[in-house]
Write a protein that binds this ligand. Structure first.
Ligand code: ADP
Ligand code: GN1
Ligand code: MG
Length: 355
C-alpha cells in the first residue's frame, strides 16, 4: 500500500489507509493525511473493467462537464493526479489504482430512512442525467459492453450453466427455471431500444442508493458517486436499478425471504423525485416503461448474482459463502412481489404523472 500511496499527489503525508464503503466491485480505502486531509483510494476491479484507463477518461470528461453546471447544486468526484501527471497508477503487480478527493461531511445510506431520503436520491439521479443530456455520447467508452443488455445477460447465463465451473448448477434449477420462464418479458427494454422506441441517453447505470452521498443535516443529496459505468444507456435502467435496491423492504442479501417485498411508498417517492427532476425531458414511452423497468432490472441483477454464484463468485465481492445466491434469491423474490403488486405499481405511475 505504501508504494501505491506514494504515487498520488496528496496534500499531506498519508498516515492511515483503511478499507471503506460497501461496494461490490472495487476495493475502496479511505486515506487520512497527517494534516487531516482525506482521500478515497480505489483498486479498480479488472474482472469487471477490462480497460480501466478508458473508465478514467470517461470519469474525467463527465465530471468536468458536471462541474460546469452550477445549477445542478451538487458536487462531483474529483480525480487526484499521480506524481507523473496521470490520473491512475498501474502497480508492478498489474493492479489499477485511482484516487479521489474525499467528499467530507456526507453519509451513504444502505436503505432510505424515509420516503423523503429516496425522493432526494431520485432528484439527484434525475438531475445527473439531465446535466449530461448535452454530453456527446460518442465521447464515452463503453466501460462494460452490453451492461444492461438483458438478452446478452441471458446468453452469458446459458454459457455459465453449460460450463458449470463450480459444480453448482444442480442446486439452482428452480432459480434458473424462474428466470427462463420470464426471459421474453425481461428482454422487453432491450427489444424496444433496438427498435428505436426508447432513446439512448447518457446514464449512470448503477443507481444504488449507496452510490449517492447525503448531507446529514439537510437530508439533500450532495454528490452522485461511482461513475464507472456512466455510458450511453436507457433512462429506464437508472430508474429500475434504484427501485430494486432502495424500494426493497430488506437488504440485498437478506436470507429471510418473508421480509422481502417492494415498498410502494418508496416506489412512489422515487417516481415523484425522478419525474420532478427529469420527467420533462423524457418521452411518453420512457415514462410508460418505468414500472416495467423496475421488474426488468431486478430480474437482470438477480440473473447476474445467480450467474456469479454458478461461476464460483468471481465478479461480485462476497463476505460469506453463498452470499451471491442469497442476493439472487432476494432479487427473484422482489420480481414475484412486483408481479403481485403490478396493478398498484401502474396506478401509482398514473397518479404521479397526473399531478
Ligand atoms: P464500488 O464500485 O465498489 O461500489 P464506489 O465508487 O461506489 O465503489 O465506492 C464505494 C463506497 O465508498 C461508496 O459507496 C461511498 O460510501 C464511498 N465513496 C466513494 N467515493 C467517495 C468520495 N469521493 N467521497 C466520500 N465517499 C466516497
Ligand atoms: C455493483 O459497484 P456497486 O457495488 O455500486 C454492480 C452493479 C450491481 C450492484 C448490485 C460495475 O455495484 O451493476 O447492480 O453491484 N456494478 C458493476 O448491488 O457491475
Ligand atoms: Mg458503488
Amino acid at each position: 500500500m505504501k508504494e501505491v500511496l506514494q504515487q498520488f499527489c496528496f496534500d499531506g503525508e498519508p498516515v492511515a489507509c483503511e478499507l471503506f464503503g460497501n461496494g461490490h466491485i472495487n476495493r475502496t480505502y479511505r486515506v487520512v493525511c497527517e494534516n487531516g486531509k482525506e482521500y478515497i483510494l480505489q483498486r479498480v476491479s479488472q474482472v469487471a473493467f477490462h480497460h480501466p484507463e478508458q473508465l478514467i477518461e470517461n470519469i474525467d470528461a463527465v465530471t468536468a462537464h458536471i462541474a460546469r453546471k452550477p445549477e445542478l447544486h451538487q458536487q462531483t468526484l474529483h480525480l487526484i493526479e499521480t506524481k507523473d501527471g496521470k490520473k491512475f497508477y498501474i502497480a508492478p503487480d498489474g493492479e489499477f489504482w485511482r484516487a479521489y478527493s474525499y467528499i467530507s461531511g456526507g453519509i451513504c445510506l444502505e436503505a432510505p430512512r424515509t420516503p423523503q431520503d429516496f425522493y432526494e436520491a431520485a432528484v439527484a439521479f434525475g438531475s445527473f442525467q439531465l446535466a449530461l443530456a448535452d454530453f456527446p455520447p460518442q465521447r464515452l467508452h463503453e466501460t462494460i459492453p452490453h451492461f444492461h443488455d438483458t438478452a446478452d445477460r441471458f446468453r452469458q447465463l446459458r454459457e455459465s450453466v453449460a460450463a458449470d465451473a463450480a459444480g453448482r448448477v444442480k442446486d439452482v434449477q428452480p432459480e434458473l427455471d424462474f428466470l427462463f420462464a420470464r426471459e421474453e418479458e425481461l428482454c422487453t427494454l432491450c427489444r424496444m431500444q433496438a427498435a428505436g422506441e426508447l432513446p439512448l441517453r447518457v446514464t449512470h447505470n448503477d443507481t444504488k442508493l449507496n452510490n449517492v452521498l447525503f448531507d446529514p443535516e439537510s437530508g439533500k443529496a450532495i454528490c452522485v458517486l461511482d461513475l464507472d459505468t456512466v455510458m450511453p444507456g436507457l433512462s429506464a435502467c437508472d430508474f429500475g436499478d434504484a427501485i430494486r435496491f432502495g424500494a426493497s423492504t430488506a437488504a440485498e442479501d437478506e436470507r429471510d425471504l418473508d421480509r422481502v417485498t417492494i415498498d410502494l411508498e418508496m416506489y412512489r417517492a422515487f417516481l415523484r423525485g425522478y419525474l420532478d427532476a427529469c420527467g420533462s425531458a423524457l418521452t411518453a414511452k420512457e415514462i410508460e416503461v418505468l414500472p416495467l423497468s423496475a421488474k426488468v432490472i431486478t430480474g437482470e441483477i438477480g440473473l447476474r448474482f445467480l450467474k456469479d454464484h454458478i461461476d464460483g463468485d468471481i465478479y461480485f465481492g462476497i463476505h460469506r459463502p453463498g452470499q451471491n445466491l442469497d442476493r439472487a434469491h432476494t432479487q427473484l423474490k422482489l420480481v414475484s412481489e412486483m408481479e403481485k403488486k403490478w396493478d398498484e405499481m401502474q396506478e401509482i405511475l398514473q397518479e404521479v404523472t397526473q399531478r
